[in-house]
Design a protein around this ligand. Structure first.
Ligand code: HEC
Length: 170
């Protein structure tokens, strides 16, 4: 086996290949917060997410809102969330998670210390290491959270196919 997040392990274990094919067989449904498209608040949040000031889209990029891809080893980032537990074996850098389906996956961050999306952007990002959020007003933080809750507001699979992102299958 190769290192986690290192070179692909495809073809080395039939069981793990089957597990990967199974997890990749899931499809997405649109967020209930975006059934009628993005709300005005979510649209304002989308602008903030894409802005140069917040930098969110630098790591949370592409159809799955992550720069992590099979065979790519540079997607780990220290976003200041790794200090809570010294027993953690992964060190301080983490693979960027995708952001689809956040509306139903609280609590957030790898250790679950953020109860809400607002917490991810405020109390859990005091040093602006996880994007830049300290300049945002409380209303802007809520707009950004509203956008995050609306993901996915369009189905990612066709976008992924266009971008040449290929699923590991069978
Ligand atoms: C330098 C790369 C980088 C930038 C910039 C960045 N993120 Fe992240 N994001 C990460 C990583 C890595 C994690 C995983 C951290 C952890 O779990 O401790 C993460 C986790 C998250 C999570 C939690 C996901 C979950 O399922 O628990 C949310 C929400 C999030 N980011 C939103 C944002 C927003 C909004 C911005 C802009 C303000 C942003 N990120 C900027 C890399 C980044």
């Amino acid at each position: 086996m190769n290192k986690p997040l290192g070179a692909t392990n495809k073809g080395l274990s039939a069981s793990l290949d089957a597990l990967a094919a199974y997890t990749n067989s899931h499809t997405f449904t649109l967020s209930p917060y975006a059934k009628n498209g993005l709300s005005p608040a979510a649209k304002r949040g989308r602008k903030l997410f894409a802005s140069k000031q917040t930098k969110c889209a630098e790591c949370h990029s592409g159809p799955f809102f992550t720069d992590s891809q099979s065979g790519k080893t540079s997607a780990r980032h220290d976003v200041g969330t790794g200090n809570a537990d010294k027993s953690e074996t992964m060190g301080l850098s983490y693979d960027t998670p995708m952001l689809l389906g956040l509306y139903r996956s609280a609590p957030y961050l790898h250790h679950g210390t953020a109860a809400t999306l607002q917490d991810v952007l405020t109390t859990q990002n005091k040093g602006d290491k996880h994007g830049t959020t300290s300049h945002l007003s409380p209303a802007e933080v809520n707009d950004l959270a509203e956008f995050l809750k609306s993901l996915p507001y369009e189905l990612p699979e066709p976008l992924a196919a266009d971008a040449g992102i290929i699923k590991v299958a069978n």
